[in-house]
Design a protein around this ligand. Structure first.
Ligand code: MLT
Length: 265
């Protein structure tokens, strides 16, 4: 693990392998280890950079809402510190919100996008209120409350029934997250802008991946992104839910490697 001192925080990150740079941003409330199987698959041919977004993993939390723009600027500052002008940028769920914010701020730095189990829309008013209630609950009662509420939706029924090691891994990631980091991210996600209009301005290649059973950011959201982004490919992973890269790493990696290899060709 390495630390970059950027924008007044100590950002934890990891660089694996060499080759064209690929940055992967985790969802909420996870950390960079979410991408373990993708790092293993890609490190032979790519430089894979995984980041603990502020308030997650080993990157400390701040009290203020961690907006998608703040997180995107953290990533840009990290890339500056690594001397990387342009990268393939991928994100799952909240990581996808950050990737879209990054594209909006720094389109010239994005060679291609991976948008996994994510969506362009802002929160509804009701979702915003729920986020605030969850933020308060997490701060007063800890991460267990959020793990109990989220786990049934994050993973498919078959994963719950047949893959206890995946359930434990996802649960552990949630429980290890700093409640203050989770609360700040919830408040940041609640105020994120609607990026639907941005989609038409995306002119780099995009790979969109979604689990067929994803109930948090359902396939309909992925289809919307595919329709609006000029050069987008959609991969639906049968039987996976919201954390499709962990539930079905072989299928996820096949789609991602094909996409990256075509960019290199
Ligand atoms: C995530 O996985 O990052 C979150 O479920 C996204 C969200 O709550 O909108």
């Amino acid at each position: 693990m390495s630390i970059a001192r950027v924008r007044e925080i100590e950002l934890a990150y990891e660089v694996s392998g060499t080759g064209s740079p690929v940055v992967l941003l985790h969802g909420f409330p996870f950390n960079r280890t979410l991408w373990r199987e993708q790092v293993e698959a890609l490190r032979e041919r790519y430089m894979v950079i995984t980041v603990d977004l502020r308030g997650h993993g080993e990157t400390p939390a701040s009290d203020a809402p961690a907006t998608m723009e703040e997180m995107a600027k953290d990533v840009a500052a990290l890339l500056d510190s690594l001397g990387l002008a342009r990268v393939v940028l991928g994100g799952l769920s909240m990581g996808g919100y950050v990737a879209l914010a990054f594209y909006q701020l720094f389109p010239e730095r994005v060679r291609a996008l991976l948008l996994a189990d994510t969506r362009p829309q802002a929160d509804t008013d009701e979702a915003r209120l729920n986020r605030e209630e969850t933020a308060k609950r997490v701060l007063s009662a800890g991460m267990e409350t959020i793990a109990d509420a989220m786990l049934p939706k994050l993973l498919a029924p078959a994963t719950h029934a047949e893959q206890p090691q995946i359930v434990r891994r996802v649960s552990d990631m949630i429980l290890r997250t700093d409640p203050q980091g989770a609360a700040s991210a919830l408040r940041g996600m609640a105020v994120r802008r609607d990026q639907t209009e941005l989609l038409r301005r995306i002119d780099c290649p995009a790979l969109i991946i979604v689990g067929s059973l994803d109930a948090i950011t359902p396939p309909a959201d992925a289809e919307l992104m595919q329709r609006k982004i000029r050069n987008a490919r959609l991969e639906v992973i049968a039987g996976a839910s919201h954390v499709s890269n962990v539930e079905r790493p072989a299928e996820f990696n096949r789609a991602l490697e094909k996409f990256l290899d075509e960019l290199e060709a």
